[in-house]
Design a binder for this molecule. Structure first.
Ligand SMILES: NC(=O)C1=CN([C@@H]2O[C@H](COP(=O)(O)OP(=O)(O)OC[C@H]3O[C@@H](n4cnc5c(N)ncnc54)[C@H](O)[C@@H]3O)[C@@H](O)[C@H]2O)C=CC1
Ligand SMILES: O=C(O)C1=N[C@H](C(=O)O)C[C@H](O)C1
Length: 231
């Protein structure tokens, strides 16, 4: 499979290593202000920046190249990206987190939220911890987890660091080089129930993105990691 990497930072470099190990070739590495030349790529993988992702996706769809996008912090334009993809009959997978472990954790989170819905004595919150270089807060994974909780809650919205009292709080912590830790907490006067996913490194994210790229070849439409992993 010929891959174009959009964004050649921490994730782009890790994806390159995993893709080469799995027998694929990298035909383009586009970072920052590089010319946008896809060089015959069969699929593009975008791990760039919140400001860059939407423009990169738009160019790929216009050139008929399916995209795997892991960049977070740009989702105010997600519906537009989906419309662009559909207009060109393209292929698209966005995931706030591509790791198998986190996608299992998403399902566990929804199941626990469903069980906790009648338990009104518990106060719910989310916490995400990431490295100090991260540009967006809360994390995309934190937002997906919050959506899973809100689907089984009387609350309607989440807010960053509990800024809106009636919302579900997502607390964002930036420290050192933490790859990504997410915790969902239910706390009552008598006890605490907590589920945590802790990434030990970025390999799981990168492998999931390459597996998604392998999966989308030959398909058109908008998909999720649930489709890829059969969850
Ligand atoms: N969905 C997932 O599983 C994961 C998502 N992420 C997200 O992926 C994104 C990238 O993360 P990292 O690699 O850690 O960041 P990074 O900062 O190491 O790399 C981003 C790269 O994008 C480049 N860039 C800037 N403008 C660009 C443009 N117009 N086109 C292409 N590249 C451009 C930057 O120069 C930089 O090299 C972040 O949004 C992060 O939150 C990170 C890990 C896992
Ligand atoms: O920026 C990161 O590093 C990560 N970003 C993603 C997010 O915002 O959820 C996924 C992972 O947690 C690492």
């Amino acid at each position: 499979m010929k891959i174009a990497l959009l964004g050649y930072g921490r994730m782009g470099k890790m994806i390159e290593g995993i893709a080469l190990d799995r027998g694929h070739s990298i035909v383009a590495k586009i970072d920052n202000n590089d010319p946008f030349e896809l060089n015959g790529a069969e699929v593009a993988i975008d791990f760039s920046t919140p400001d860059a992702a939407f423009g990169n996706l738009t160019k790929c769809f216009a050139q008929g190249v399916p995209v795997i996008c892991g960049t977070t912090g740009w989702l105010d334009r997600f519906d537009e990206a989906v419309a662009n993809c559909s207009k060109h009959d393209g292929g698209f997978i966005y995931a706030s987190n591509f790791s198998l472990g986190v996608n299992l954790f998403f399902e566990l989170n929804k199941k626990l939220a469903q069980m906790m819905q009648p338990q009104k004595d518990y106060k719910t919150s989310l916490t995400e911890i990431h490295h100090i270089h991260k540009l967006d807060a809360p994390s995309g994974t934190g937002i997906t987890l919050a959506e899973g909780v809100l689907a089984h809650s009387d609350k309607e919205n989440w807010s960053l660091d509990g800024k809106v009292a009636e919302d579900l709080p997502i607390y964002s912590i930036r420290e050192g080089e933490v790859p990504g830790t997410h915790t969902v907490t239910y706390e009552s006067k008598v006890d605490t129930i907590e589920i945590t996913h802790e990434a030990h490194n970025r390999e799981g994210f990168a492998l999931g993105a390459v597996v998604a790229a392998e999966w989308i070849i030959g398909k058109t439409g908008i998909f999720t990691m649930k489709d890829v992993l059969g969850l």
